[in-house]
Write a new protein. Structure first.
Length: 320
C-alpha cells in the first residue's frame, strides 16, 4: 500500500511539472517587447536582430519552440543565454549551489527549531512559556520577509550594533561560504520566516494528539510520560507537520529571491532578477523551472515522510 501511494504521488508530481512547464513557457511569451531588441538595445541593426531571432528560434511557431525547449529540459540542455552567449546550465550552476547552500542551512536550523518549540509549547499549555512562544510566532508569521530583513540590517549592520555586513560582497571566483559572517543575516531571515509556521502547526497537532484516546489509555496503563510522548504522541503528530514544513521549505525556493535581492546574495534569486531585466528568456525559463522542480521535490519528500510516519498506513489501517 505504501509503495502504491508513493508511486501515485510521483506520477502526480510529473504531471504537475509538465503543466508548470507549459505555464512558464506561456508566461514568457506574454512578456512585452521584443526579446532580441531588449538584449541588443535600441541601436541594434535589423541584421543583428534577425540573427538573434534565428538563434533564439523566435520565428518558429510557439508550439514548436515549446517542444524544443521541453526536449532540452528532458535531456539536460537548458539552452544558451542570449545576453552572455554562455550555456544556461553553466551560468546558473554556481548560483544554484549558493542558493541551495543558503536554503539547506536555514532548513537545518528552522525545522528542528520549529518542531522543538512546538512540542515545548504544547507540553507547557496555558503557561507563560506557551503564551510567549505563541505570541512571538504570530508576530513573525505576520511580517513579510523583507520587513524582517530590513529590521535585522537596521539592528545588526548599522550604528545600533554594527556587528555583521549588510550585504554579501564575496570577491569574484570565491565561494559565499568562505565568508560565514555574510551568511548570518540572510539565513536568519529565512529561519525567522519559516520557524513560526512549523512551531504553530507542531503545537496544534501535538495538543490534538495529547488529548486523544490512545494517549490517555497509555497514561492510564502507567506508561512513563516520556515514552508516551516519544512512542505514542510524536509519531502521530509528525506527519501533518511534515506537510507544513515542506510547504515552508518549498516557499524558500521562491522566497529566497526577495532575500537574495535584499542582501545582494549571488544566488538564483539575483540571477533571475538580472535575467528578467535583460529579457534573457532562456535563463528566465530555466531558473523558473528549477524553482518549480525544487518545490515539487520537497513536497514529494514531505508526502513520503507523511506516509511513512502515519501509523495507520504502516499497519494497513486504510483497509479497515
Amino acid at each position: 500500500m505504501i509503495a502504491k501511494l508513493i508511486v501515485r504521488r510521483l506520477a502526480i508530481s510529473i504531471v504537475i511539472l509538465l503543466a508548470v512547464s507549459l505555464l512558464i513557457f506561456c508566461a514568457t511569451l506574454l512578456l512585452p517587447g521584443d526579446p532580441a531588441r531588449a538584449i541588443l538595445g535600441q541601436q541594434a541593426t535589423p541584421e543583428r536582430i534577425a540573427a538573434l531571432h534565428a538563434q533564439m528560434n523566435l520565428d518558429d511557431p510557439a508550439w514548436q519552440r515549446y517542444l524544443i525547449w521541453l526536449g532540452g529540459l528532458l535531456t539536460g540542455d537548458l539552452g544558451t543565454s542570449a545576453a552572455s552567449g554562455l550555456p544556461v546550465s553553466q551560468m546558473i550552476g554556481e548560483r544554484a549551489g549558493a542558493s541551495l547552500f543558503l536554503m539547506v542551512i536555514a532548513a537545518v536550523i528552522a525545522v528542528p527549531a520549529g518542531i522543538l518549540l512546538g512540542i515545548w509549547s504544547a507540553l507547557r499549555r496555558g503557561k507563560a512559556v506557551d503564551s510567549t512562544i505563541t505570541g512571538i510566532a504570530l508576530v513573525l508569521a505576520a511580517l513579510p520577509e523583507f520587513v524582517i530583513g530590513i529590521a535585522l540590517v537596521a539592528i545588526f549592520a548599522t550604528t545600533v550594533f554594527n556587528l555583521l555586513p549588510a550585504v554579501t560582497m564575496a570577491p569574484p571566483g570565491t565561494n559565499v561560504w568562505d565568508f560565514p559572517s555574510q551568511l548570518i543575516l540572510p539565513t536568519a531571515v529565512l529561519v525567522l520566516v519559516v520557524t513560526p509556521y512549523i512551531a504553530r502547526m507542531m503545537r496544534a497537532t501535538m495538543l490534538e494528539v495529547l488529548d486523544s484516546g490512545y494517549v490517555e489509555m497509555a497514561r492510564l496503563k502507567g506508561v512513563p510520560e516520556r515514552r508516551v510522548i516519544l512512542r505514542h504522541a510524536l509519531p502521530h503528530a509528525i506527519g501533518p507537520v511534515a506537510q507544513v514544513a515542506a510547504i515552508q521549505l518549498a516557499w524558500m525556493a521562491g522566497g529566497v529571491v526577495v532575500v537574495e535581492f535584499l542582501f545582494r546574495y549571488p544566488g538564483l534569486g539575483q540571477a533571475l532578477i538580472d535575467a528578467v531585466n535583460y529579457r534573457d528568456v532562456q535563463v528566465v525559463q530555466a531558473l523558473t523551472m528549477l524553482v518549480a522542480v525544487i518545490y515539487m521535490v520537497v513536497n514529494l519528500l514531505a508526502d513520503i515522510v507523511g506516509i511513512l510516519a502515519d501509523p495507520k498506513l504502516r499497519t494497513g489501517g486504510e483497509k479497515r
